[in-house]
Design a protein around this ligand. Structure first.
Ligand code: EPU
Length: 338
């Protein structure tokens, strides 16, 4: 066997929330052959399987029994597509932000608004990463995956991925059944800047280029979002709630300043950060966790805490928002049960 399987592997530095976690067994396969070997070994040994991407959207328990696999295949390449389009194939272990910057450097349009999102390419379709008016689903051509039951490979076109706001088939029907091995993106050489979100347009002062937009997005994010290398966090800890139009209207009658966005299905998306902020919780700290003082949707870990404490802290926020607005916030990071 060429893939290394490590026993009692420390994952504390491999999750951006900085939660202490020890994996019973751990493998980081560098190609498809090694991935298959690790999966087979896990099956033979009867180990429960946990798949890890960049660890930026996870809540890990103190001990993870079984086998944790973190795909480390990290090649990517560019091919000419139809017309002015370009196809970019990226393996699961490629760092998302590094890829975005490399594509912006080449003057390719499509992913620049998604700069500085932490994590690996393989995890990007799971929650359909999105920021500053663009979602992955809009630039994705297909997802290549491996089925865990019999190891067969399959390709899903973007239209088959069931993408929605922070949602996809990988969170639902295919949850726990597949490993994403690579993505194919479709980018464009023709300028198509997307600057309609917030004050993005005013930050791209010169002629927009993919790099100028990516840099502006990085600047906005750095102003509001804590860098996990300095302060542990998993980005947005809650989804923006999508509520029935009647509830949104009742809330808007009482709180006209509530940021809201009408959805195609008639429902209305509300800004969870605003709801938390209005409850006076921005900057609130208790024990080892806190609400970030510049973005109320981000929970931060000051060190020394655990998943159990974090979930209890989040629960108190959910209760406060529920009591004041009648809206139930849903957690965004995936909870890995021991
Ligand atoms: N707001 C507040 N208080 C705050 C922060 C924001 O009242 O502390 C208000 C803002 O004034 C604004 C609204 O809430 O009107 C929305 O805020 P923002 O533009 O910062 O975006 P968001 O809805 O809070 C979402 C994503 C982010 C993404 C940004 C930009 C979710 C759960 N989060 O946040 O994604 O970067 O939009 O597109 O959809 C992530 O997923 O980790 C993430 C950071």
């Amino acid at each position: 066997m060429s893939v290394a399987i490590h026993a009692e592997h420390d994952l504390s530095g491999a999750n951006t929330l900085g939660l202490p976690c020890l994996a019973e067994h751990f493998a980081a396969p560098r190609d498809l052959g090694e991935l298959r070997e690790a999966l087979t070994e896990g099956r033979v040994q009867g180990w429960p399987l946990t798949l890890l991407g960049g660890g930026s959207n996870l809540i890990l328990p103190q001990r993870l029994p079984g086998l944790v696999i973190q795909p480390a295949m990290d090649r990517w390449w560019v091919e000419a597509g139809a017309g002015d389009t370009v196809r970019v194939t990226a393996e699961a272990g490629v760092g998302w932000h590094d890829l975005v910057m490399a594509l912006a450097e080449r003057g390719l349009w499509g992913t620049e608004n998604l700069a500085l999102i932490p994590g690996h390419c393989g995890a990007a379709p799971i929650q359909n990463i999105g920021a500053y008016g663009v979602e992955l689903g809009e630039v994705l051509e297909s997802v290549h995956l491996l089925h865990l039951d019999d190891g067969h490979e399959a390709v899903l076109r973007a239209g088959e991925c069931g993408f929605g706001y922070r949602d996809s088939i990988f969170k639902r029907e295919l949850s726990g059944r597949v490993v994403i091995v690579r993505l194919v993106l479709r980018l464009s050489r023709t300028p198509r800047p997307r600057l309609d979100y917030g004050d993005l347009a005013s930050r791209v002062v010169k002629k927009p280029t993919p790099m100028a937009v990516a840099r502006a997005v990085c600047a906005v994010r750095r102003e509001k979002l804590p860098d996990p290398a300095e302060l542990s966090n998993a980005g947005s800890f809650f989804h923006n709630p999508v509520v029935p139009a009647e509830l949104a209207q009742r809330l808007l009658d009482e709180y006209p300043a509530l940021p809201h966005f009408s959805q195609a299905d008639g429902r209305v998306k509300l800004a969870a950060a605003w709801l938390i902020d209005q409850c006076g919780l921005k900057g609130w700290r208790e024990g080892h966790f806190g609400v970030h003082d510049r973005q109320a949707l981000v929970l931060v870990h000051f060190g020394g805490g655990s998943a159990v404490e974090l979930l209890a802290f989040a629960e108190r926020i959910i209760e406060r928002v529920q009591a004041r607005f009648g809206v139930t916030l849903q957690r965004e990071p995936r909870l890995i049960a021991p």
